[in-house]
Design a protein. Structure first.
Length: 226
């Protein structure tokens, strides 16, 4: 195994131990932008993390070509290694699913960690039955057919007000989805782990009977100082 591959795997393990809030706090300390709020967790209590593949959707039908059509999302699923995340941009404002049940089944079978979508998902109960995590703007029964189509896979996309590149990393839970530029991952992890450790120490002090005002006043307000 190459050093780069080993580092990526180790960083992925480190990220899996952190929640979205700790990572968001680390981005704040480093003056980085990457937290997207307002997404709904179809499986509350589940957290996903990993390297991302991206899908960009647009309004209407795809251009007619001689090649057989490919359903949106299928290229990204086949590009994923186990534990990776698919990130979908569907910012058209059209009430149509940007992810559905058969896609969830295909992604689950592939070992995809989950999907983060700036758009609506459908067949949500099917995803829940599979235990496949979805984070999206809302739910719908409306099909993508004739409404939206895929224009790019593994190209930059915009989720909320964050530009996400293929190969970036993400963590998502019921609080938010947080995106980390690949080049800054190690730095963000170092800071996030420090913040998480300090919060764990604060929780232990509260459990030991210390007054919360003393615990919060002594440490919390200074948590993000460099």
């Amino acid at each position: 195994m190459s050093d780069i591959s080993h580092n990526t795997q180790e960083n992925s393990r480190r990220l899996a131990r952190l929640d979205a809030c700790a990572v968001s706090d680390a981005l704040d300390r480093l003056s980085l932008h990457g937290c997207v709020t307002g997404l709904i967790a179809a499986l509350p209590g589940r957290r996903i993390s990993g390297r991302v593949h991206t899908v960009k959707l647009a309004a209407g039908n795809s251009a007619v070509t001689a090649a057989p059509p490919r359903h949106l999302g299928t290229t990204a699923i086949e590009a994923c290694a186990a534990g990776e995340i698919i990130v979908v941009e569907q910012r058209t404002g059209i009430d149509a699913g940007c992810w559905g049940g058969i896609l969830s089944r295909g992604a689950h079978a592939r070992g995809v960690a989950g999907v983060i979508a700036d758009g609506l998902a459908r067949d949500v109960d099917e995803a829940r039955e599979l235990g496949f995590p979805l984070f999206c703007r809302g739910f719908t029964a409306r099909t993508a057919r004739g409404r939206v189509h895929e224009v790019a896979t593994d190209e930059p996309v915009r989720i909320g007000d964050v530009e996400v590149h293929p190969g970036d990393f993400a963590v998502a839970d019921s609080s938010a989805a947080v995106f980390i530029p690949a080049a800054r991952l190690g730095e963000v992890l170092d800071v996030a782990e420090s913040i998480a450790a300090r919060e764990a120490a604060m929780a232990a002090r509260i459990a030991a009977g210390h007054a919360i005002s003393a615990v919060m006043g002594a440490d919390y307000e200074h948590m993000l100082k460099k």
